[in-house]
Design a protein around this ligand. Structure first.
Ligand code: LLP
Length: 463
């Protein structure tokens, strides 16, 4: 099909309908470094490249849709978190954001620890050689089998999430003749400024044990009496995609308050405090995330100040960034299948993936950006909604974005900042096959998670 301009459809700022967008960008071909992985650029022909490789070549070799992950960027971000916190703190990468064996090896090489929250994540971590003592095991309903495997493997810590689990882990550890290092996850009663589904420190939700009403203090009391447990600290995770440090400040204040009460009641100073993850990234040019060194400085200062006030020795801090490490390192490459201008509304651009490879827009009303990747264009901007191929009208990848008015089937478009919670939350809805993850570095691309096949689907269907 030729790249002629479409006969109808909104294109100019003066005919735009209401939506979540600002004015069209002055240069649609420009790449905002905030949202793209480090090595992403346009070559002299205007084609998007990552790690020195042209996306048209990548699409030819690996197909679309596919996630392309900039390995150097991942390593650099992991390293910058580790160096920002230095030797007096521990950085646990949150595997739920995206986990594969290659990622585990990179983390190991870069000196990070790993937070897992299921038997599957634990198995992936161990099979790729992450030392068990560098693994933290999370979750609000770990099965006894998962707990047993974690204790047997010798994980560095289990984060306890309920009164039942305190007893369960203690029994299993005792049965196995060991003492398990544990933290207790508490809810500090902070309303994090983020989407309701990813806020986790207010009391009315499933995670953690509330500080309010003395429940957390009671959990500590019980944990301290059980022989199978070595209580090493208190854990708090306030939510995700957070930019404002004030929530962490309140959380640290309350966690330290509990540490002080524990010292006063039991004469024990717990040596560790884990402030969780949740640091936001830029999905669009409107987001302004902080650098790891600023975050490390702010968190360390807050904890030190609170501890000084409580006359406690400053405990060892740990953090659990997931999205902030992997999110910006990958983009999803799609091929445009249809372009449908709707008069007075916007143009619907259908791509060959959708809510099965990125559920975040449908689930959290998340905002993404998008760029024409296989070429540049001087055509007028047109207001688009990038949608998937699923049988669902909420199957939206990018709600409101400007793309060039000559966009046509066969063009490749790229959605940046899809490294976190896209492949890891991917589904087989409509029996669509989950895309591969391809790591790109120094002019070489290699599949680290292969594309699902119809045989994979049919293998599970044993009826
Ligand atoms: N630590 C704990 C205990 C967590 O529960 C989480 C995320 C993290 C660390 C990592 O948070 P991060 O730094 O990646 O924000 N699916 C949602 C996010 C759910 C996060 C769940 N827990 C999303 O796509 O936004």
């Amino acid at each position: 099909m030729s790249r002629s301009a479409h006969p109808a459809g909104p294109r100019h700022a003066d005919v735009l309908p209401e939506g979540h967008y600002s004015a069209p960008p002055t240069d649609l071909n420009a790449l905002d470094a905030k949202v793209w992985a480090e090595t992403v650029t346009r070559d002299t022909d205007g084609v998007l490249t990552v790690g020195g490789i042209d996306v048209r070549r990548l699409a030819e070799e690996f197909g679309t849709p596919a996630y392309f992950l900039d390995e150097d960027d991942f390593r650099a971000r992991a390293r910058s978190w580790r160096t920002a916190f230095g030797d007096d703190a521990d950085v646990f990468y949150a595997g739920k954001a995206f986990l594969s064996r290659a990622v585990v090896r990179w983390l190991h090489e870069e000196g990070l620890n790993l937070d897992v929250c299921s038997g599957g994540e634990l198995a992936t971590a161990l099979s790729a050689g992450m030392p068990a003592e560098r693994i933290a095991f999370h979750g609000n309903n770990k099965s006894t089998d998962e707990i047993r495997r974690a204790v047997e493997a010798g994980v560095g810590r289990i984060v306890l999430d309920s009164f039942q689990e305190i007893v369960r882990v203690a029994h299993i550890a005792q049965e196995l003749g060991t003492r398990q290092r544990v933290q207790i996850r508490i809810t500090v009663g902070v309303e994090a400024h983020t989407h309701e589904f990813i806020a986790t420190a207010h009391e009315d939700q499933k995670f953690g044990i509330p500080l309010a009403g003395g429940q957390a203090a009671e959990a500590v009391r019980r944990a301290l009496t059980l022989d199978g447990l070595e209580l090493i600290g208190i854990h708090s995770h306030i939510g995700s995609q957070i930019f404002d440090m004030s929530g962490f400040e309140v959380a640290a204040h309350r966690v330290v308050g509990l540490l002080r009460d524990i010292r006063d009641e039991h004469g024990v100073e717990l040596p560790e405090i884990d402030l969780g993850g949740g640091l936001g990234i830029a999905y669009t040019s409107d987001d302004d995330p902080r650098e790891p060194h600023e975050i490390a400085k702010a968190l360390t200062e807050i904890v030190t100040r609170e501890c000084d006030a409580a006359r406690l020795a400053t405990p060892r801090i740990s953090v659990e960034p997931g999205r902030a490490i992997v999110g910006p390192t990958a983009f999803t490459l799609y091929e445009v299948g249809t372009v449908k201008p709707l008069d007075g509304l916007r143009t619907y651009v259908s791509v060959d993936g959708g809510m099965s490879d990125n559920i975040r827009t449908a689930l959290y009303d998340a905002e993404y950006s998008v760029a024409l990747a296989s070429r540049v264009s001087e055509a007028e901007p047109m207001l688009c909604r990038v949608v998937g191929k699923h049988c669902e009208s909420g199957d939206i990848v990018v709600k409101d974005a400007f793309l060039p008015g000559d966009l046509a089937p066969g063009d490749l478009v790229a959605v940046p900042a899809t490294g976190a919670y896209c492949r890891s939350m991917a589904s087989n809805y409509n029996h669509v096959l989950r895309p591969p993850v391809v790591a790109v570095r120094d002019g070489e691309a290699r599949v680290i998670v292969r594309r699902e096949t119809e045989e994979d689907l049919l293998r599970l269907d044993v009826g």
